[in-house]
Write a protein that binds this ligand. Sequence first.
Ligand SMILES: [Zn+2]
Length: 409
Amino acid sequence: MAAAAADKRVWRNARLSTLAAGSPGLGIVEHGLIAAHEGRILYAGREDEAPASTLAGAESTDCEGRWITPGLIDCHTHLVFAGDRASEFEQRLEGAGYEEIAAAGGGIAATVEATRAASLDELVEASRPRLKALMAGGVTTVEIKSGYGLDIETELKMLKAAKALEESETVRIERTLLALHALPPEFRDRREDYVRLAIDSILPAAADAGLASAVDAFCEGIGFTADEVALLFEAAAAHGLRVKLHAEQLSNLHGAALAADYDALSADHLEHADEEGVAAMARAGMTAVLLPGAFYALRETQRPPVDLLRRYGVPMAVATDCNPGTSPVLSPTLMMSMACTLFGLTPEEALAGMTRAGARALGLAEECGTISPGKAADLCIWRIGRPAELCYWIGMQGPERRIVAGEDA
Ligand SMILES: [Zn+2]
């Protein structure tokens, strides 16, 4: 990402939805102003209460009454991959199930083959349009997982591709190692060997190269068992990496509670999570990441336990899960819309899910996700009448302007 702006900037005559902790609901400020210096927010509040010192010498933008929200945060994606899986879409429409396609060597394995075959440059360029689409939709921070390499070389290549994208685009990127995503075909009869390779070789290599800040796994009947995930999480902790988990998407293997035992940042999907899992997440201070795109694409009917998550006070993030098989989603606001329509979130919860809670799910709660003094000046300026429009429109355009670290992006 480009260096932070040195200039002082002010956005005035705006309506703010700050999402700031301590403010009720969306943290709405009418007649608002945001001042930033060197890419950080100095002041966010009423224009007539802004200290003169925050305005002196600043480049000023008249927002003409537009709404400003925090930049959107997509905290769960698999957007780096080669090839595409449009043919599976056709198969599923003809009646094949996700598990059936996976068992027949399709699914993740097909993407693994294409991703292994691609050079680093090819992988970067194949992934760039997807990243650009999310950015155009208002995303200023995005998490990208590996998991289509399933060998040392390709897992690292995927993380390097994510790093190259961050260096060449105006967006923050968090990188997550997902070596336990699927069993690679060459290890079909040597499951334990692959788990050992992931834990003893791939994880240390990614950690030593500084290519990942977190470790994830797919805890599922067609993925990895809770025992295998526990071994991985032990190793992650030994390497100083935070963990998160694809948990309870298709069945309940009690992954959420397992993740809680390892002080995980988040458990993601959670359609089949039970009260015990949600209570464990609450105790561990975890974030629930809801992924309505996969729910929609797989035509699932079991919804995540939103009422339980509310009752236990577990923050709910919303993300695209952008991936070639089960969630080929390129629009963050569409996910906010689906979180409301399919999962019953309020528009307020959905916007918090793509901002404040998304930051929390990435361990970035102090850095971004709300419009608060001291945080990065990552903002979206929207031409809307009220924030609920971000969830109301199905397939709406992105923000009129996107600001990253105080600069137009
Ligand atoms: Zn995922």
